[in-house]
Design a protein. Sequence first.
Length: 383
Amino acid sequence: MNFDFTSEQTQLADAVRRFVEKSYQFETRRKTVATGTGTSDAAWSQLVELGLLALPMPEAAGGFDGTAVDLLLVMQELGRGLVAEPFFATVFAAEIVKRSGHRSELLEAVASGSLKLAAALVEPEARHALNAPRTRAKASGAGYVIDGRKTAVIYGAQADRLVVSADAAQGLALFVVDANAPGVARKDHRVLDGQRVADITFTGVEVAADDLLASGDEARAILDHATDYGVALLCAEAIGVMEALNAATLDYAKTRKQFGQPIARFQVLQHRMVDMFVHLEQARSMAYLAAGRMGADATERRRAVSAAKVRVGQAARFIGQQAVQTHGGMGVTDELFAAHLFKRLAMIEVTLGDTDHHLQRFIEADQSQRARAAAPVALQRAA
């Protein structure tokens, strides 16, 4: 696989980095996450001006038809700056809409920056199982009525539309729901890393027939692919976070003195920094592989994405813990950038499936791939 990026990709990544360095510094972020919405209209406008919302949207919807690889460097830079805006939430939900082939006007609004989306998929006690929701959608007249509850909806309280999974007569169904529709109740929370999630209750929420994006096997395939897409983006973001955490830890080690000299001169800490760098580079390779495999068949895609989530999760835990240990007590204080980086890594690790979940998923995908490869050999021997 070719890991060289095009000049356009690197130029866009450079532009995002300049935005972070100039307009989204650490103190700016701290003030933003402490506001009532946890977001910044000014920062969102700049993301729109950079073309980031249009990047993954189809050309027919005013976008640039960007792939997961195109978004990889963007997510790295947003991760490096800990940008707390509903960019991932909107792009992830938009991927479900895009793959359904319906409601292209929503994608046009996303590309222009006038619409924010969120994916309401996770339910209480369901952990990482997304394909069997308890939320119900019953046919009613020309549309449907939705009842149920979703939890940990990333930037769900800031969204204009929600992509909601539900159990319908035809099995799994995916709907677009107006976030301000009668019967929708949203409770906003600020979580460990300062970003926002919402618990959302749907009570007799009426939706039209054209709000149904997909159902049955089609809905399962769309949700499976979109979830892998979201995981690949999260892995890319984690690479940026770990890069920033490694850099912050190295800078601290060069300035913090013990016994009359910087602690960076101590061999044991030098070995620790080398180990952190190795973990980062291994995770980076897997994140790149996951983004590049989004166009592969379902089994190969699942295998690559879950392998990346496992390796990124392991690296995130190691780098985060070593960074905190190197910083000492300061490593967990709100005033230190490194502490916020560590917390963001912890949240990424449990989003869209934690390390244990994806390890089991990788094993299943690997076994499936081996079985498919062995099948032709067995048929030849039988013949």
